[in-house]
Design a protein around this ligand. Structure first.
Ligand SMILES: Nc1ncnc2c1ncn2[C@@H]1O[C@H](COP(=O)(O)OP(=O)(O)O)[C@@H](O)[C@H]1O
Ligand SMILES: [Mg+2]
Length: 281
């Protein structure tokens, strides 16, 4: 036990003062610790945000390089391939070569697959001018819907389109058609028999939203991060170019793509900014 002895009132007063300063200091320390913790939390959030942005930038840079390569190579490689395909088709029907028919089929199939990879490459090329035209996204989807229905039907699956009330958009018909086809085909491929793919459109604040939602098995967290990376595919005969194409098209339309996925399905949301109103003079 510690016994304190004060020789004068002054001693006692300075002891009390010291004690209260100590208590103040402790309180200040607690406040400071709280501030440090808050700041550390903010910093962690900033670092996470920065990492996400860096990831996005790296993804866009990769797309850019791929695009430049595509522009140079794609056309040159396609022409000789068309010639080869033509000759293969001709030889395939010769009676003395009928025993090799399955080989010819395989060669033509592989050539077609190569061709679809090149088509994907070419769509990533930034030098292709985007032709914006103010139009109704719903009308574009209406025109495309029979094709999607046929795709779904052939795979024993369903597809519905629920258009919402929308303002018109400045979009490139071919590019947005390609984007919808890529998202819808991925959705269909991810679903078991009888699964239903839902495409709908709606307004969300100032944005026009295109939603493509499937009842597939979802995408795990690790693969979610890889979406949009050229050649990333989990399919045996996939090209891994469908989504990079979508991201590149969305980018040219100033649209943002959000992906939500769980084991019951995956939803792609494409948010287009509403076009600026034309000046009325
Ligand atoms: N709706 C979806 N459901 C589940 N996985 C998907 C979906 N969309 C994309 N993916 C995953 O992303 C990968 C890349 O897609 P994509 O770029 O279109 O290339 P591909 O379809 O040729 O594989 C797919 O292989 C698949 O693993
Ligand atoms: Mg695909």
């Amino acid at each position: 036990m510690i016994t304190l002895r004060f020789h004068s009132i002054g001693d006692w007063e300075s002891y009390v003062n010291m004690k209260s300063e100590l208590i103040d200091l402790k309180a200040q320390k607690l406040i400071l610790q709280g501030m440090v913790d808050d700041r550390a939390k903010e910093l962690k959030q900033e670092i996470d945000k920065r990492e996400r942005i860096e990831h996005e930038v790296a993804k866009l840079e990769r797309l850019n390089i791929i695009g430049q390569l595509a522009a140079g190579l794609g056309h040159e490689v396609r022409n000789p391939m068309t010639t080869i395909r033509g000759f293969l088709q001709m030889l395939q029907n010769k009676t003395d070569l009928l025993t090799y028919k399955s080989y010819f089929d395989l060669m033509i199939e592989e050539l077609d697959r190569t061709n679809s990879i090149i088509t994907g490459f070419l769509s990533l090329a930034k030098n292709k001018p985007t032709e914006f035209k103010r139009q109704s996204l719903n009308k574009l989807l209406d025109n495309l819907f029979p094709l999607l229905l046929a795709d779904a039907y052939n795979q024993g699956k369903k597809c519905v389109f629920e258009p919402g009330d929308l303002a018109d958009l400045d979009i490139d018909t071919n590019e947005i058609t390609q984007l919808v086809l890529n998202l819808a085909r991925n959705g269909l491929e991810a679903m078991p028999l009888n699964g239903c793919l839902t495409i709908n459109t709606y307004m969300e604040g100032e944005c026009i939203v295109l939603r493509v939602s499937d009842e597939g098995t979802g995408i795990d967290a690790e693969n979610l991060l890889k979406l949009g990376t050229p050649f990333f595919t989990t399919k045996e005969s996939g090209t891994g170019l469908g989504l990079p194409m979508c991201f590149s098209i969305a980018d040219r339309h100033n649209a943002a793509i959000e992906v939500k996925s769980d084991p019951d399905g995956t939803t792609f949301l494409v948010r287009f900014p509403q076009p600026m109103e034309m000046n009325i003079s």
